[in-house]
Design a binder for this molecule. Structure first.
Ligand code: GTP
Ligand code: MG
Length: 303
């Protein structure tokens, strides 16, 4: 082995180690407000009749955070948001699995109508009707039902509540950690919903789950390495949705994935140059990440 080869291997090793470390950052992102939110949810659990588990249609596995410890055996409805952005064929297969355990409702929260909302309200009232039947038998007045809305960051929990309420009463935004505390929102005189901050596990066990959550802005972008996330997005699109990728960035068809080649082509086609003729890769990473986040790249499911 000559010196050049040795140096190349050493450089590759260093690169791999760096990537490993970066993924670890993603896997360990667990800000204080999440731990606090979980504690507060636990404290309020006695008040809760039913849980809306909110998941992102593009991540029907990765955006499902393990809830059993948190909500114990409360009744549950799985609410799937961003259905307008997913690969419906793929997502529906996963949803069929979830349906074996819980009722599932899908939403495009950018375009909801009253009928969609009523489906959730009626399902809630129906699932809980025994509560008021028992009360009636005891001569008590019916009481309001309380639902906890819970899920990973940025899946659309607050947007869902705004739609049900028919008014923008909660702050929303396309980034992780918009909601910081718990709040109750009253819907008519039958249901009260509790909005909660997005939560994750203290340690995400699979790098793939971490990268998937990061790709859809469920992990605060300040801590992310843009190159790592953008490369991951390109790899998944190349593998599963080559036509969508090629169309978005006017790429030529290729049979093998080449990060450098693809980044160069995107840089050219998006006019991403630094001073002179150097490509501005940082700009390319941002373009890719934002295109996915803002839904300009759609009909995709990453799980
Ligand atoms: N296209 C589309 N966008 C959606 C849908 N639901 C929510 N969004 C967008 O997703 C982003 C996140 O929504 P939020 O309601 O703030 O999410 P959240 O789960 O409350 O987030 P945190 O409070 O940070 O945990 C916003 O930009 C919403 O407009 C949907 O069904 N389709
Ligand atoms: Mg929120």
């Amino acid at each position: 082995m000559d010196m050049y080869q040795k140096r190349k291997i050493r450089a590759e090793k260093k690169n791999n180690n760096q990537e490993e470390k970066l993924t670890k950052v993603v896997l360990n992102w667990y800000p204080g407000h999440m731990a606090k939110a979980k504690r507060e949810i636990k404290e309020k659990l006695d008040l809760i009749d039913i849980v809306y588990e909110v998941i992102d249609a593009r991540l029907p596995i990765s955006s499902r955070i393990p809830l059993d410890d948190l909500i114990e055996n409360k009744k549950r409805i799985v609410v799937v948001t961003k259905y307008d952005l997913c690969d419906k064929l793929k997502t529906d297969k996963y949803l069929d699995e979830i349906k074996k355990e819980y009722p599932v409702l899908v939403y495009d929260l950018k375009n909801t109508n009253q009928k969609d909302i009523n489906n959730l309200i009626n399902l809630t009232n129906d699932s809980l009707k025994e509560i008021n039947e028992t009360r009636r038998k005891k001569g008590l007045k019916p009481r309001i039902f309380r639902a906890l809305v819970v899920g990973a960051p940025n899946v659309g929990k607050s947007t869902l509540i705004n739609r049900i309420r028919g008014k923008n009463v909660l702050e929303t935004g396309n980034r992780a950690g918009v909601t910081k505390g718990l709040s109750w929102i009253r819907i008519g005189n039958t249901i009260e919903l509790m909005d909660t901050p997005g939560i994750l596990y203290p340690k995400i066990t699979s790098p793939e789950v971490g990268l998937n959550l990061a790709s859809f802005a469920s992990i605060n972008e300040d801590i992310l390495n843009k190159e790592e996330i953008a490369t991951y997005i390109l790899e998944i699109l190349f593998k599963n949705y080559p036509d969508i990728l090629n169309r978005r960035y006017n790429l030529k068809n290729r049979s093998e994935f080449s990060k450098i080649e693809i980044l160069e082509e995107i840089a050219k086609n998006t006019n991403s140059y630094q001073k002179g003729l150097e490509f501005d890769y940082d700009r390319v990473y941002t373009i890719i990440i934002n295109d996915l986040k803002e839904g300009r790249i759609k009909n995709i499911t990453f799980d």
